[in-house]
Design a protein around this ligand. Structure first.
Ligand SMILES: Nc1nc2c(ncn2[C@@H]2O[C@H](COP(=O)(O)OP(=O)(O)OP(=O)(O)O)[C@@H](O)[C@H]2O)c(=O)[nH]1
Ligand SMILES: [Mg+2]
Length: 324
């Protein structure tokens, strides 16, 4: 076996960290490593946590780590920050918030950011999850800011999805718009000691009652989590949250829905890989050749149309590939 793979499968933190960094930097070698690693993945339970910036996702993740550690489960955490060029501090914040687990060999925390590259964040997240799976982590938590399609793609790598809402942020409407209602398996109303928490709970539960019964027959529970700085209630609430997550996990296993989730994950992985094999090289050569600007200009002047342009681009790409 490749030494890198061997080391990662033995749980070596340095080798795993290096591969995650290479994945993030899109080094071609990382792809080759993931191919070899893949056979050693697929056994972890993956939890996605999404919600607005500052909703308290990292604080909750930290609390969940403690809950899972009590059960002797090893935990991997991946904090994905799609907006990191602007909020570089958030990732540092994540490290600080999860610092109390820094000494624990059963916990592995890494962050992932886009470095201005074209797309591919979902793929980088998926591959980093694979690294943690190969390390043998029982549970992997993926945290991402939930706004757009990119984040939904990332969350599709998870088996169970938590959506974190906070009273007074107009979240209900945001959530509906972002399509998060459909993707949530468990809702968390965080900072539930704040005014408006009960109202949010009522609105959310009537929204859930109105929505046609989810295809898989699971009704997403709403867990209220109070102030993170009031340990007595916070610990009790997060223990309840961990219980709901476990219930969903059991439900997935018993209903056969886990297979469906794994299928959804596989679909996302194919889409990501195709995008890396096709979309990204095409876009890359268009950008570096300066063709993208020229084509856009032609379209703007109605000298061409997007379909013809796309056909020409595709034809050129495949001709170039065939000539290789
Ligand atoms: N009042 C109050 N503040 C909280 C609570 N939970 C978290 N915070 C604070 O809210 C801020 C954001 O918390 P995070 O856990 O980093 O939130 P996040 O959703 O991970 O944030 P991003 O990753 O930046 O989107 C921090 O300053 C926390 O200390 C809470 O229950 N009550
Ligand atoms: Mg965070």
């Amino acid at each position: 076996m490749d030494t890198t793979i061997k080391k990662i499968c033995a749980g070596d933190i340095r080798t795993a960290s290096r591969l995650i960094r290479d994945i993030e930097d899109k080094l071609p070698d990382a792809k080759a490593k993931i191919k070899k690693l893949y056979a050693h993945t697929g056994k972890s339970f993956i939890i996605g946590i999404t919600g607005a910036p500052g909703a308290g996702k990292s604080t909750l993740t930290d609390a969940l780590i403690s809950e899972f550690r009590k059960l002797n489960k090893t935990v991997g955490v991946l904090a994905v920050d799609p907006t990191s060029p602007f909020t570089g501090g958030a990732i540092l914040g994540d490290r600080i918030r999860m610092q109390r687990h820094a000494e624990d060999a059963g916990v592995f925390v890494r962050s992932l950011a886009t470095r201005g590259a074209l797309g591919g964040l979902s793929q980088a997240a998926g591959n980093s999850i694979h690294v943690m799976e190969a390390m043998g982590k029982d549970i992997i938590i993926v945290e991402t800011v939930g706004i757009g399609q990119q984040e939904i793609d990332i969350i599709n790598h998870a088996h169970t999805v938590l959506v974190v809402l906070v009273p007074g942020m107009g979240d209900e409407i945001q959530t509906m718009k972002a399509g998060l209602m459909e993707i949530a398996d468990v809702f968390v109303i965080n900072k539930a000691d704040r005014a408006g928490a009960r109202q949010l709970q009522t609105e959310l539960s009537s929204m859930l009652n109105l929505s046609p019964k989810t295809a898989d027959g699971w009704k997403p529970p709403i867990v209220m989590v109070g102030n993170a700085f009031d340990p007595a209630t916070f610990d009790e609430n997060t223990a309840e949250l961990a219980k709901k997550i476990e219930e969903h996990h059991l439900y997935l296993q018993q209903s056969g829905m886990l297979t469906e989730r794994m299928h959804r994950k596989a679909m996302t992985e194919i889409k990501d890989a195709l995008s890396a094999c096709l979309m990204e090289p095409v876009m890359h050569s268009l950008v570096t050749d300066g063709d993208l600007e020229k084509i856009a200009e032609k379209i703007r002047n109605r000298k061409s149309d997007p379909y013809t342009a796309a056909e020409e681009i595709t034809e050129k790409f495949f001709r170039k590939q065939a000539g290789k």
